[in-house]
Design a binder for this molecule. Structure first.
Ligand code: ASP
Length: 581
C-alpha cells in the first residue's frame, strides 16, 4: 500500500513521488492550505495539502488520528521552515492525492504528550497511547534487548526450552496465582513464579545449558518496578559454578546494552554481600556515586559519648552541605529514626576543620580528629553518624545515602555489579525456622556447611550461600545460585527451614526423586527483562516498557480484567464464590 515510511523521508528523496500510509498526528489549517503531520511506525513527516490541487478525499474533513493514504512529491522545505527537531524536518510532501483509509473519533487522550493524563484513561485506550513516540521507542528497544539476549545465549550454546504455565507451586517467596482444575474440582494449578524446578529437572535430563525468556507470575502488591507478570531471562547450566553462570549472563546483558547504547559494559565488579553492606549499606549498591559508609568503630572505641558506645558506629560524608538548615537536619534525624535508628548525629565541618554540632562537646579532641580523618571531611562538608546494631546501622546509612544522592534513572551511566555470597537465610520466622533468602534450592557456601549444622536461631543468619545477584544502578536486576544437587542435603535444608520430610516429599518429591538419578552439579540465574529495559529506556516505571500493563491496583482498564465468572462456569469448576461485604 505504500512506497516509503513517512518517518524515513530525507533530503535524498527530494523529487520522488511517494505513497505513504499513517495517522494524522496534527493538522494546521493555514487559510486554505492544510499542513498535516503524518505519523507512522518510523516517525512523522509534514504533508502539505492544497485542497484545490488534491484528488480524493475532502482534505478539510480530515481530523486527528484519521488513518490516511497520501500520494505526493517530496520537496525541500522552504528556507526558514526547516524543523531541526524532526528527523524528516528538512523535507515535506506536497500531496497529490489523499485517501481516508479509516476516519477516527476524536482521541480521548492526547497522543505522545503523556503529562497530566489520568493513567486509567491512558491504559483504557492503550492502543492509542501506543501510537506515541515514547512507547513506540520503548517497545522497539525491548525487542532489541530480547533479540540480543537470544543471540548471546545461543552463541554460548544455550538451548531455548519452554516450560509449562500450569504447574504445582514453586516457592519463590511470593503468593501464587492459582487456576482451578475442571477435571479435578477442588484442585488448583499454580501459575509459575519461575521455571525454577523445571530448569533443574532439565539439567537432570541432560539438556546441559537451558535458557528461556520466561513469563513469571507472582501475586504481590504492585509498585513502580513490579507487575503481577514479568519476563525473565531464565537460565541454568550443568557442570558449572557461579562464576561460569555469571560469565554467560554478563555476555547476554552486555550484548543487550551494547546493541542499545553502542557502548560495551566492560568487566562487572564482584562484591561480597558483606562488603556491599559494609560499604554501601545495601545489597543492591548504586555505584554511580560515592558517599561510601565509613566505619568509625576505631575512632570511638573508648568513647565517653554514650550514644556511640555501640556495636557499630558508622558515618557518611555529604560533600559541601555544611550549610544545611535546621529543618532539613531534623528531617534527616526523623528519617533515621523511622528506619530504626535511635538517632542520627550531624556534624558540620567549618574552616580550619572546626566541628560544629550539638554533640561535639561529648567527643574528645582525638575523636574529633579521628572523625575528620576517617571520613575525609573538609571544610564545608556535613558528616552524618549513626550508632547501634551493625545491620541496622548499615541499612539506615545505606538508605540515607540513596535518599541524599541517588541520581535519577537516566543519569550517571550504567554501573553494574555482582553481589555474591548472600546469606542463606534472610530472617528467622516467629516459629524459629529460618526463611531462605533466595529459594530453598540454593546451595550453602562450602565454608559454612559446618556452621549450618551447628547454628541455631539468629546464628543461622551468618550462614552464607552460593547465591548471587546482578545489580545495576541500585536496582536488583536478577538473582541466581549454585543449586543443591544432592538429595540428602536438599532434604536437610527442607528440614532446617521447617518443611518436614512428609511435606517435602508431597510438594517436591519429584525433585528429590530426580536427584536420585545422578543429578549433575548445576547453577543458574534469572534476571528481569522489564527492569533492564526500563533502565535502558530511562523509565522509572516499568509500565512504560510493557505493552499492556496493569494499574497499581492490578486491574487492566482496557479489557476489564479481572472479571467475574458466570455461575455455570463456576459450577463446572466446583467453586462457590462468597461475595464480599
Ligand atoms: N528462580 C530464581 C528467581 O526467579 C532465579 C534463579 O535462581 O535462577 O528469582
Amino acid at each position: 500500500m505504500r512506497t516509503h515510511r513517512a518517518g524515513d523521508l530525507r533530503p535524498d528523496h527530494v523529487g520522488e513521488t511517494v505513497e505513504l500510509c499513517g495517522w494524522v498526528a496534527s493538522r494546521r489549517d493555514h487559510g486554505g492550505v492544510l499542513f498535516l503531520d503524518l505519523r507512522d511506525a518510523a516517525g512523522v513527516v509534514q504533508v502539505v495539502v492544497d485542497p484545490d490541487g488534491v484528488d480524493g478525499a475532502d482534505a478539510h474533513g480530515v481530523r486527528a488520528e484519521y488513518c490516511l493514504r497520501v500520494t505526493g512529491t517530496v520537496r525541500e522545505r522552504p528556507a526558514g521552515t526547516v524543523n531541526p527537531d524532526l528527523r524528516t524536518g528538512a523535507v515535506e510532501v506536497a500531496a497529490g492525492s489523499l485517501e481516508v483509509l479509516n476516519p477516527s473519533e476524536p482521541p480521548p487522550i492526547p497522543i505522545g504528550d503523556r503529562t497530566d493524563v489520568d493513567e486509567v484513561l491512558r491504559l483504557r485506550h492503550r492502543y492509542l497511547d501506543l501510537r506515541g513516540e515514547r512507547l513506540q521507542r520503548n517497545l522497539r528497544l525491548r525487542a532489541t534487548v530480547n533479540s540480543a539476549i537470544r543471540t548471546a545465549m545461543e552463541a554460548n550454546g544455550f538451548v531455548e526450552v519452554e516450560t509449562p504455565m500450569l504447574v504445582a507451586s514453586t516457592p519463590e517467596g511470593a503468593r501464587d496465582f492459582v487456576v482451578p482444575s475442571r477435571l479435578t474440582p477442588g484442585e488448583f494449578y499454580a501459575l509459575p513464579q519461575s521455571p525454577q524446578l523445571f530448569k533443574q529437572l532439565l539439567m537432570v535430563g541432560g539438556l546441559d545449558r537451558y535458557y528461556q525468556i520466561a513469563r513469571c507470575l507472582r501475586d504481590e502488591d504492585l509498585r513502580a518496578d513490579r507487575q503481577f507478570e514479568f519476563m525473565q531471562l531464565d537460565a541454568e547450566m550443568s557442570f558449572a559454578d557461579g562464576a561460569d553462570v555469571r560469565a554467560v549472563i554478563a555476555d547476554a546483558v552486555s550484548a543487550a546494552v551494547e546493541r542499545v547504547t553502542g557502548a560495551p559494559v566492560g568487566e562487572i565488579p564482584v562484591l561480597t554481600h558483606a562488603e556491599a553492606m559494609a560499604r554501601f549499606g545495601s545489597d543492591k549498591p548504586d555505584l554511580r556515586f560515592g558517599m561510601e559508609l565509613v566505619d568509625l568503630g576505631h575512632v570511638f572505641a573508648t568513647t565517653d559519648f554514650r550514644a556511640f558506645q555501640a556495636d557499630a558506629v558508622k558515618g557518611l560524608r555529604w560533600e559541601g552541605q555544611a550549610d544545611l538548615g535546621r529543618g532539613r537536619l531534623d528531617a534527616l534525624i526523623d528519617r533515621a529514626k523511622q528506619l530504626g535508628a535511635a538517632g542520627l548525629v550531624w556534624v558540620k565541618v567549618r574552616d580550619g576543620g572546626v566541628l560544629e554540632s550539638p554533640t561535639v562537646k561529648f567527643m574528645s579532641e582525638a575523636e574529633q580528629l579521628g572523625l575528620l580523618d576517617a571520613t575525609g571531611g573538609r571544610p564545608g562538608d556535613l558528616l552524618l553518624v549513626v550508632a547501634g546494631e551493625r545491620r541496622m546501622v548499615d541499612t539506615v546509612l545505606g538508605t540515607v545515602r540513596n535518599d541524599l544522592a541517588r541520581p535519577p534513572v537516566n543519569e550517571g551511566g550504567l554501573r553494574f555489579c555482582w553481589v555474591v555470597d548472600f546469606p542463606l537465610f534472610e530472617a528467622i520466622a516467629d516459629d524459629g525456622a529460618p526463611i531462605p533468602a533466595h529459594h530453598p534450592f540454593t546451595a550453602p557456601h562450602p565454608d559454612d556447611r559446618a556452621l549450618l549444622e551447628r547454628a541455631h536461631g539468629e546464628e543461622l543468619l551468618a550462614v552464607r550461600s552460593q547465591a548471587y545477584d546482578l545489580v545495576c544502578n541500585g536496582w536488583e536486576l536478577g538473582s541466581g545460585s549454585v543449586r543443591i544437587h544432592d538429595g540428602a542435603l536438599q532434604a536437610r535444608i527442607f528440614e532446617r527451614i521447617g518443611i518436614d520430610a512428609e511435606t517435602a516429599q508431597a510438594r517436591f518429591g519429584f525433585l528429590l526423586d530426580a536427584f536420585r538419578y545422578g543429578a549433575p552439579p548445576h547453577a543458574g540465574f534469572a534476571f528481569g527483562i522489564d527492569r533492564l529495559v526500563g533502565i535502558l529506556a530511562g523509565e522509572e516505571n516499568i509500565r512504560e516498557v510493557i505493552a499492556f500493563p496493569k494499574t497499581q491496583s492490578g486491574a487492566d482498564p482496557l479489557t476489564g480484567a479481572p472479571t467475574p465468572v458466570d455461575d455455570r462456569h463456576l459450577r463446572e469448576l466446583g467453586i462457590q464464590v462468597r461475595r464480599r461485604g
